[in-house]
Design a binder for this molecule. Structure first.
Ligand SMILES: Cc1ncc(COP(=O)(O)O)c(C=O)c1O
Length: 380
């Protein structure tokens, strides 16, 4: 277990906090979480419930209304009819992943993960004595997931893909997702579709859910991103029927249930679309500020950024190692961004991830600060 890597972004977070405690300004573009809290009506609901209920354990499947309301949400967003019995409520997408991996695979299973990609997949797989198999995405090909690359990675027991993606923001078209689910079914590879950034897309990018394409796919989602509820630790997954009971038994033994107060807040948040959609408008404005402003800082090579709230940008013309560059930016102009090493162990030093989940003023301030840094760098 000593080989499990740290989540390096946390080092940037700690350095940014130290700078703030010293009274200096920081523009936070490092962490992938909304700067807003849970929707106001959902918090109000918790206050009401806290007066009348003990908020003790629930069954591992959660309060009965929640899977039903999630199924309704899937009907409204994806025109899908999902049996609520197939929906497991979990402690965030992270909790869903642990349950899904344990239920679907044996120790030693080979599971494909994209590079660049979300680092916790590979670290979780290793912690569970499974083998992450890197699937390289080519920047020259807009980070598309090619079937040839999947073929080259076989034999695989499973494949995890996030669309929209962290860190690149790329979105698979419905046709691309269909091709991947078909490939998985044809090759007996269990597909785990991470749909945590659904609801966060720009310029008319279209998302589709693997639930509509495959009965054997595990589809993971969360209240952390679109619903602006990271700390409440709530997520869900749509399971193939054969995995419903194994996941339930694992959840009973590993966590008992997701936090009960959070379940009530999540249930109420499902009816707060207007407030949440306003956040998405802000992310779209933030994205535009970065796309227009970062070129003044010499940063021009971006991944498509059609979804999620990240810009994945090439920075190796500014500094050979983005980890050093992020330290320099924070020290010199107070901009906190995430070096790519977390997301791609071998090529990440050439890249930086900017999160645009904060306020638009933060984005404007960061762009100005980085332009100043660039002028100073050119003058050196
Ligand atoms: C792609 C992806 N999957 C899963 C997670 C975990 O999210 P949570 O456990 O907060 O739902 C994250 C968090 O940033 C993520 O980016």
């Amino acid at each position: 277990m000593m080989e499990i890597e740290p989540f390096h972004v946390m080092e940037v977070v700690a350095a940014a906090q130290a700078r703030e405690q010293a009274g200096e300004r920081v523009f936070h573009l490092e962490v992938g979480q909304p700067s807003t809290g849970a929707p106001a009506a959902a918090i109000a609901r918790l206050q009401e419930i806290g007066q009348t209920q003990t908020l003790g354990y629930t069954t591992s499947r959660g309060i009965p209304e929640l899977p039903v309301a999630i199924a309704e949400h899937l009907r409204a967003t994806n025109q899908l009819d999902v049996d609520p019995a197939r929906i497991a409520v979990t402690q965030g997408a992270s909790g869903a992943f642990v349950l899904a991996l344990l239920a679907a695979f044996e120790p030693g299973a080979r599971v494909g993960v994209t590079e660049p990609g979300y680092p916790c997949y590979r670290n979780m797989l290793r912690a569970l004595h499974m083998e992450p198999v890197p699937i390289s995405l080519d920047p020259e090909n807009a980070f598309a997931l090619e079937i040839d690359t999947l073929d080259a990675a076989t034999p695989l027991d499973g494949l995890i893909v996030a669309s929209p993606s962290n860190p690149t923001g790329t979105v698979l078209t419905p046709e691309e997702l269909q091709t991947i689910t078909e490939w998985c079914e044809a090759n007996s590879v269990r597909f785990i579709s991470d749909e945590i950034y659904h609801g966060l897309t720009y310029d008319d990018a279209e998302t589709a859910t693997a639930t509509s394409m495959s009965d054997s796919a595990i589809v993971i989602n969360s209240f952390s991103k679109y619903f602006s509820m990271t700390g409440w630790r709530m997520g869900w997954m749509v399971l193939p029927e054969a995995l419903v009971t194994p996941v339930d038994r694992l959840a009973q033994n590993l966590v008992i249930c997701p936090p009960t107060p959070s379940q009530h807040v999540a249930l109420a948040a499902l009816s707060c679309g207007a407030e949440l959609d306003a956040h998405v408008d802000r992310y779209a404005a933030n994205r535009a500020v970065l796309l227009e402003g970062l070129p003044r800082a010499g940063i021009t090579n971006f991944a498509p950024a059609d979804g999620a709230f990240y810009l994945w940008a090439r920075t190796d013309h500014l500094a050979a190692d983005s980890q050093h560059l992020s330290v320099e930016w924070l020290r010199d102009v107070g901009v906190a961004a995430t070096p790519g090493i977390d997301f791609h162990p071998t090529d990440g030093h050439r890249w930086m991830r900017f999160s645009f989940s904060g306020s638009t003023d933060t984005m404007r301030g960061a762009v100005e600060a980085l332009a100043t840094w660039r002028m100073r760098q050119l003058a050196r």
